[in-house]
Structures are given as structure tokens and as C-alpha cells.
Design a protein around this ligand. Structure first.
Ligand code: MG
Length: 388
């Protein structure tokens, strides 16, 4: 049995992880869960999995959950906030911590999990974009394995198994293209509902908007550089609308390895939990004759400026990827709340980057926290100016 803790268990990846756990109940034991605010989903998960401990983020949630757990005659321990999270990720029996928290809020929990010397199935990309080196260095020091859950990175990880890093020529990072790849109308008129309607993947709101602007692919390119220790010019983005090939790796001899499956996040989640083993899953089998064609196109950087911004930020390095990603998170939230237009997302990110006057190139936690505050404030001012 493998004991897992799921951080961010009420979100899309968290829920799918628990779905995988149900299908592997002879293999996986859910030892702990954490949510930010969704207590109702947490209650149903506690009932189903009877975890040893859970962590919530407010004392109000803690109190109401305490009463409920007493009524249910359960023995689940409840931890609170930052310190609570530290206790949760330090539970002795943990084999793998699944980090399914959305956005930059995942950084602190990831660092805590690594500090506790646990292996991590990592579904969060923002933390790697803003603090990749800090995370990877600490993981190496503490012998924590980081297994990617993002479908593309899981594919690359699988293609690289048993290969030498020095023999990788480049990574072919595939992208579905999102809902607007062939869209010919005015991008500024794109509504939230249109942007949330992804053609191949069902995901959380933030990542779905990132997929519509192609920022998601930009973040993933940086994520790949961090996870596989490669420069950005070794990452080539290929639009592949069918989302059957989840990424490829080209080697120096010209050989290209690819990983294929129907688009279903439960597969990379399961692989991250069973690695290096493979066990039977119940995802829909791939039928290539039914699919019949796989297409590939070059990305359009003019139509999708967020992708160009991300690649440029990766080239600049230092604090640029962090500023870009934090400004993006603020802009995406503003778009989801109807405060700005779809096309304002890229404008807010590039304006924020252009106005960053900090000279330091050093990415340490102290600098990051300073830059995070500055970026949030600056992006917020731009968002408010758009509303007027
Ligand atoms: Mg992905």
C-alpha cells in the first residue's frame, strides 16, 4: 500500500486524484487531505476515505469541521493553516504528497513537503515557474523525488526514462491550441464562457483561461526547462489539436519518442503514484483507427501574445518568469470576474514586466516575496485603470 496526502483535494486535479485512489484501493491509502476553503467537498471526501488528518485554512472552518467530525464519530485530526500544513506533510507514513493546489499559493506547501523529505507528485506549474531553482535544489538536497503530473511533463518524463540528458536534442511540447486556435473573430470580444469551453480537456478555471490565451503553454515551456534542466531554446512548441500525443523528445540521433493516450488527467496522476510501476487503469483505451488523423501546426505568436511574452521571459531569466506568472494570475482573475477584456490579459502582463525596475537577478525567497507584492500591486493598478 502507498500512503498519499492530497494538497488541494477539492480542486479539479485533487478530485481526479481521489478518483484514481478509488480505482486503486488495493494500492493507495489516502492518509491526509487539505483544502483552502471548500469544506463541503472536504466533508464528503473525509466520509469516503477516512483520512488520518486534514488541514483547513480558517479557524471558522476548523471549528465547524470539529463539530461535524465528532457527530460522525470519526477520528480524523484537523490541522489549521500554515503550521497545520507542516504537521500534515510531516506525517510519518506518507509515501507521496500530491500537490494539486492552483497558482502561486502552492509554493509554500511544496517547500514544506520537500523540507519534510517526502516525494511529490507535482500538478502545480506556477510554483516551478516562479521558484524552479529553489524547489529543485531543495529537492535534491533532501532526496525528494519530484514526479510531474502535468500531462506534457509526464509524457516527457516517460520518454526520457533510461535516456541520457546529454543526448536530448530537444523537447517537442504539444499544445491543443485551446478553443481559439482557429478563431477568426475579434479576440477582445471573447467572453468568459467561450474561454472556459476547452475543446479537449476538462480542467479548473485558471488553467482553462491560460489554455485559451496559450499562456499555459508558455508556463509549461518554463516548467519543462526547470524539471528537465534544459535551456528554453531546446523546447519547441507544436500545436496538436487532437491532444493524443502528450509531448515528444527528440534525441541526438534523430529518434523521436512520444507518449500517446486519450486526454484524461487520471493517467498522468496514476503514473505519478505508481512510478516506476504501471498498473491497470480504467481510462478509455486509445483507438488510433477511430481517431484516424493526428495533426501538427506551428504556434501563432501574433495571435497569442501571451505565448511570446512567456518565451521572452524565459530567455530573460532571473525574476522575469516570476513577475510574468504573478501578473498573469492577477489578470486571469480579473478576466474571470468580468473586470477586463480577454485581450487585456497580455497587455497587463507586458506592461507590468516593462515597468519592473528592480535590478536584482537573484531569485531567492526574500526577493520573490518582494517582487510578488510589487507585481500584485502594479497589476492591480492596471486592472483598476482598465475598469474606469
Ligand atoms: Mg498540461
Amino acid at each position: 500500500m502507498k500512503n498519499i496526502v492530497v494538497l488541494g483535494s477539492s480542486g479539479s486535479i485533487g478530485v481526479q486524484t481521489l478518483d484514481v485512489a478509488v480505482n486503486m484501493k488495493n494500492y493507495i491509502n489516502v492518509l491526509g487531505l487539505s483544502v483552502n476553503s471548500n469544506i463541503e467537498i472536504l466533508k464528503t471526501q473525509i466520509k469516503k476515505f477516512k483520512p488520518e488528518a486534514v488541514c483547513v485554512n480558517s479557524s471558522q472552518a476548523l471549528e465547524s469541521l470539529k463539530l461535524w467530525i465528532k457527530k460522525q464519530k470519526l477520528k480524523t485530526k484537523i490541522f489549521l493553516g500554515d503550521d497545520g500544513l507542516e504537521s500534515l506533510v510531516s506525517l510519518k507514513k506518507i509515501d507521496t504528497i500530491v500537490c494539486a493546489i492552483t497558482g502561486h499559493a502552492a509554493l509554500n506547501p511544496i517547500l514544506k513537503a520537500i523540507a519534510a523529505q517526502k516525494n511529490i507528485a507535482l500538478a502545480n506549474k506556477e510554483a516551478l515557474v516562479i521558484a524552479g531553482k529553489i524547489i529543485m535544489d531543495l529537492a535534491e538536497k533532501n532526496s525528494s523525488k519530484i514526479i510531474p503530473v502535468d500531462s506534457e511533463h509526464s509524457a516527457i518524463f516517460q520518454c526520457c526514462a533510461g535516456q541520457k540528458k546529454s543526448q536530448i536534442k530537444k523537447i517537442l511540447l504539444t499544445a491543443s491550441g485551446g478553443p481559439f486556435y482557429k478563431y477568426k473573430k475579434d479576440f477582445s470580444k471573447i467572453t468568459v464562457a467561450q474561454a472556459l469551453d476547452h475543446p479537449t480537456w476538462k480542467m479548473g478555471k485558471k488553467i482553462t483561461i491560460d489554455s485559451a490565451t496559450l499562456m499555459n503553454k508558455g508556463l509549461e515551456a518554463i516548467e519543462a526547462c526547470v524539471l528537465f534542466d534544459l535551456p528554453i531554446d531546446k523546447i519547441e512548441i507544436v500545436i496538436h489539436p487532437q491532444s493524443i500525443i502528450h509531448s515528444m523528445v527528440e534525441f541526438v540521433d534523430g529518434c523521436v519518442l512520444a507518449q500517446l493516450s486519450n486526454p484524461d488527467m487520471r493517467l498522468p496522476i496514476q503514473y505519478a503514484l505508481t512510478y516506476p510501476e504501471r498498473i491497470k487503469s480504467n481510462i478509455k483505451q486509445l483507438n488510433l483507427t477511430e481517431i484516424s488523423k493526428l495533426e501538427f501546426f506551428k504556434p501563432n505568436f501574433e495571435k497569442f501574445p501571451c505565448l511570446a511574452i512567456a518565451i521572452n521571459a524565459a530567455k530573460k531569466g532571473g525574476l522575469w518568469p516570476a513577475i510574468m506568472s504573478i501578473a498573469n494570475e492577477a489578470a486571469v482573475n480579473a478576466f474571470l470576474n468580468g473586470k477586463i477584456l480577454f485581450t487585456d490579459i497580455a497587455k497587463i502582463i507586458s506592461k507590468t514586466l516593462l515597468n519592473f525596475k528592480g535590478q536584482s537577478k537573484i531569485v531567492d525567497i526574500k526577493n520573490l516575496l518582494k517582487v510578488e507584492q510589487w507585481t500584485k500591486n502594479y497589476a492591480q493598478r492596471l486592472i483598476e485603470a482598465k475598469q474606469r
